[in-house]
Design a protein around this ligand. Structure first.
Ligand SMILES: *Cc1c(COP(=O)(O)O)cnc(C)c1O
Length: 420
């Protein structure tokens, strides 16, 4: 359920007509519903009621400051994968002791930043990384709380680019090696073994891969207990899918049930790192049609948003529903919805039945709250678009559209190239 619905043939975000915002802030822009964001976070958290837990929203799904602030206020922790995300999270009001840090390529300056702030846990992805963290913690006079990110070799049955828990993926450490890594960690002077972690992929639409991963991790927890290494935190990562088209992923309740039964029997604190399931259907991308063009047996709708604004269709062949902002009098055509970028992969929808939209019409690209703005770029020197949040009957520009000057900020032309 989300708050992007038609009222008298006009698409609304909560109580505000999308057209009204488009006319005032210009297109393209991302539009988020406060009520949907809040509802999704609280529903997810409530699904784990009665369990000692911390839901750490995954910043890379959407790191808009207003959205981070909302989740911080609702009691969320934060899952980060870079120093930049830590910076954003702290500025948005997350307490460092509610931050978990994942990623295969943490730099020394990023590790230092996280150690100085005192984050909850590093999710360590290699032996070399563990050694660097131990050494940096020693140098800074700290003890680093760690979990080993285990690669449980389960097939999440999702797109190969977003599957992360298979042997062939770069993520985590396989179960046998992880056992040895824990034994090494246990002996390191500046490391404290805190938890165990996995994240098997994204847009997962059934519970069985989570159950399999959980089984695998519990085996390791037991083996570690036998050698006197106690695990107090179980981080199950993120990955729960959403409906973009006709997927039928389990709801948070079903997902929680699959996980909780095992955890309840053990003195483990549960950490979850949901991203997409919280924000994916809480945002849309609003774009205006520029032109129509008929190719040989092919119809093109050319919009002012492209792959630099929303990369998922180009990167994963991802499906995003496309809806007209105004429903009146729209026939249906089969077309490609494309952007202005000079790449043939620049499409938002391919060979799709969609509204017979002409120049000037507004379209809503649905389910664009996750991995959307965060993946946008300045390719072709296009300005990053604005982000708008609606609450009840009002809207707020929470990120301004870039201006041309932003494109060259920080650039300099050396004197030997002349001054004019
Ligand atoms: C991306 C990511 C998440 C969030 O994944 P979703 O599929 O958006 O829930 C959680 N944990 C880690 C380590 C990630 O890299």
């Amino acid at each position: 359920m989300h708050h992007f619905q038609y009222k008298q043939d006009e698409l609304h975000c909560e109580d505000v007509p999308v057209r009204e915002i488009a006319d005032q802030v210009g297109t393209p822009f991302y539009l988020y519903s406060h009520a949907t964001l809040k509802r999704h976070f609280l529903m997810f958290d409530k699904a784990f009621e009665g369990v000692s837990r911390l839901v750490c929203f995954s910043a890379k799904a959407n790191s808009c400051m207003a959205i981070l602030k909302l989740f911080a206020t609702l009691g969320s922790g934060l899952d980060i994968v870079s120093g930049g995300e830590l910076f954003r999270g702290l500025r948005a009001g997350f307490s460092p002791d509610r931050v978990v840090y994942s990623g295969v390529g943490k730099r020394v300056d990023e590790i230092d930043f996280a150690l100085e702030q005192g984050i909850l846990m590093f999710n360590v992805e290699s032996m070399e990384e563990l050694e660097v963290i131990d050494q940096r913690a020693g140098a800074l006079g700290k003890t680093a709380p760690v979990a080993i990110r285990v690669n449980p070799d389960v097939d999440p049955k999702t797109h190969p680019y977003i599957s992360t828990g298979l042997k062939k993926n770069k993520f985590g450490i396989d179960t046998e090696t992880a056992f040895q890594t824990y034994k090494a960690a246990d002996k390191m002077r500046h490391i404290r073994v805190e938890g165990i972690d996995c994240h098997i992929g994204s847009q997962i639409s059934e519970v069985s891969p989570f159950k399999d991963a959980m089984q695998n991790l519990m085996g390791l927890v037991d083996a570690l207990a036998e050698v006197g290494i106690k695990i107090s935190c179980l981080d199950m990562g993120g990955g729960l899918g959403i409906t973009y088209h006709d997927e039928t992923p389990p709801g948070p309740d079903e997902y929680a049930r699959a996980i909780v039964d095992t955890v309840k029997k053990r003195p483990l604190k549960l950490i979850l790192e949901p991203g997409r399931v919280i924000v994916g259907n809480a945002g849309i991308l609003v774009t205006r049609v520029l032109y129509r063009k008929s190719g040989k047996g092919k119809e093109f709708v050319i919009a002012d948003a492209g792959m630099n604004d929303l990369l998922r269709p180009s990167l994963y062949g991802a499906f995003h529903a496309v809806k007209p902002v105004n429903l009146t009098g729209t026939g249906v055509i089969r077309a490609d919805l494309v952007g202005p970028i000079c790449e043939s992969s620049d499409f938002l929808a391919s060979d799709r039945e969609m509204a017979d939209a002409v120049g000037g019409d507004l379209l809503a690209v649905m389910s664009a709250g996750a991995y959307a703005y965060t993946m946008s770029s300045n390719y072709c020197s296009r300005l990053k678009v604005s982000e708008v949040m609606v609450k009840d009957g009002d809207y707020h520009v929470v990120k301004e559209r870039q201006q041309y000057e932003d494109l060259i900020r920080g650039e300099s032309v050396p004197p030997f190239l002349g001054t004019d």
